[in-house]
Design a protein around this ligand. Structure first.
Ligand SMILES: *Cc1c(COP(=O)(O)O)cnc(C)c1O
Length: 429
């Protein structure tokens, strides 16, 4: 494979864009490669500017659960675009979108649209603080909730400590209000609540973690969070930016049957356009301006093109028979194939998977249920594996700590192709 044009394009971009990219992980830094620049994509396939074609398992980091450039979504965008791209005034699209969300996500009674997952989580914790009149939030090491200041904090060495800022520019006073617990460790949550329970506005959690690689909630973990939050009068926020509509029509809360007070959504909900949302109980959502005192706004929020794409996406998910069962079948086929390849080659690793989201960890661990366990993975081995996969036409996330997403556009043949490429890569590792 030739990457000449991508190398040239990256040089040019780096001169005028910090790091050459508008979101850090795109730079391929952790796999020590030159990123490929994309020219187009259709269905399960993505093509770079050198003309190399790949089977895409990144899916724009999750949104494209029907693959790229799906006809129904393109039609919806086109039909909306000719009527104007933005009005800054209410439209019926927004009500239709809200109706779809409320009908699909069990715990949401009212919902507010925003423009990204980051905006959704930032707004959700402001709302939780306004509603409870408390200042602290509790999050988990290794959980990502976008780049809001309060979230860019994790525990040093995964211990149960008060957070230190992870990024320069986050103030120590912000860090002080963010408490860090360990994922899948209810005792770490209880300890913090025993100490500061009357100051904690909300627990925010990735119901299935996807940003330290996939880490599955252990039995009773989510229900335990629900119980602790209720006991102390704190709100429970499920960040379903990845899991929403992916794991079930109603997301992880439907799959695990645990109901949060507020849910944050993003990625799939925009059908590939920039959209986020947060919703929950009426009583809580009605704290928002203009009827309540908690302020949150957006010039382009509820944008007609974005709503049209999202509505088309949610209708596809709602109306496609056996949609999630089919994703499960394909993803299980891929998981089984990779395990078979590991047996054949003797390469050590494990796969964490829920439905169509999975991570293949290069590790000697027998389980990965926490951030510390995830961090013991061999990122260098992943980098070599990534390069070989890329060169054999498989586009994976350029980091050990991300998800692989199976989409409805992947055929059984695509899955067989990635399993075969995976075997070769593991043999040559
Ligand atoms: C991607 C992601 C976000 C942030 O969404 P953006 O649209 O990138 O701002 C928040 N939470 C989770 C769980 C995510 O995966």
């Amino acid at each position: 494979m030739q990457f000449t044009k991508s190398i040239e394009a990256f040089k040019k971009a780096q001169e005028i864009i910090p790091g050459g990219v508008n979101s850090p992980v795109r730079a391929f830094k952790s796999v020590k490669l030159n990123p490929v620049f994309i020219s187009k994509a259709k269905g399960a396939y993505i093509t770079d500017i050198d003309g190399n074609q790949y089977i895409d398992f990144v899916a724009s980091w999750g949104p494209l659960i029907f693959g790229h450039a799906h006809e129904a979504i393109l039609t919806a965008i086109n039909e909306a675009a000719v009527k104007g791209t933005s009005y800054g005034a209410p439209t019926e699209y927004e009500t239709e979108m809200a109706e779809l969300i409320v009908s699909m996500v069990p715990s949401i009674e009212k919902v507010r649209m925003v423009n990204s997952g980051t905006e959704a989580t930032m707004s959700a914790i402001r709302l939780a603080r306004g509603y409870t009149k408390r200042e602290c939030i509790l999050k988990f090491a290794g959980n990502y909730h976008g780049h809001g200041d309060s979230f860019l904090i994790k525990a040093g060495s995964g211990a149960i400590t008060l957070g230190l800022p992870d990024s320069p520019g986050v103030t120590s006073s912000t860090a002080k209000d963010t408490l860090i617990a360990e994922y899948n460790n209810l005792d770490s949550v209880r300890t913090l609540f025993q100490e500061k329970g009357n100051q904690i506005a909300a627990i925010i959690v990735e119901a299935v973690a996807g940003n330290m690689g996939v880490v599955v909630p252990t039995k009773g973990f989510l229900q335990g969070l629900r119980d602790i939050a209720t006991e102390y009068g704190a709100l429970l926020i499920f960040d379903e930016v990845i899991t929403g509509f992916r794991l079930a029509k109603g997301g992880a809360q439907e799959l695990y049957n645990v109901m949060p007070d507020i849910t944050t959504l993003g990625k799939i909900i925009g059908g590939g356009l920039p959209v986020g949302a947060y919703g929950g109980k009426k009583e809580i959502m009605d704290m928002l301006a203009p009827i309540g005192p908690v302020y949150q706004a957006g010039t382009l929020s509820g944008n007609p093109l974005a709503m049209s794409a999202g509505i088309a996406m949610l209708k596809l998910i709602r109306d496609t028979p056996d949609f999630h069962a089919e994703l499960e079948r394909k993803a299980a086929m891929l998981e089984a194939g990779i395990y078979r390849n590991m047996e054949i080659t003797g390469v050590k690793g494990l796969i964490n998977r829920v439905g169509s989201m999975m991570t293949f960890f290069f590790t000697n661990e027998t389980q990965i249920t926490t951030y510390d366990e995830a961090m013991k993975s061999d990122a260098d081995k992943y980098a070599r594996f990534f390069k070989m996969s890329l060169e054999s036409g498989i586009y994976l996330a350029p980091s050990q700590y991300e998800c692989l997403f199976v989409s409805y556009a992947h055929t059984d043949k695509d899955i067989e192709t990635i399993i075969a490429a995976n075997l070769l890569a593991l043999k040559n590792l």
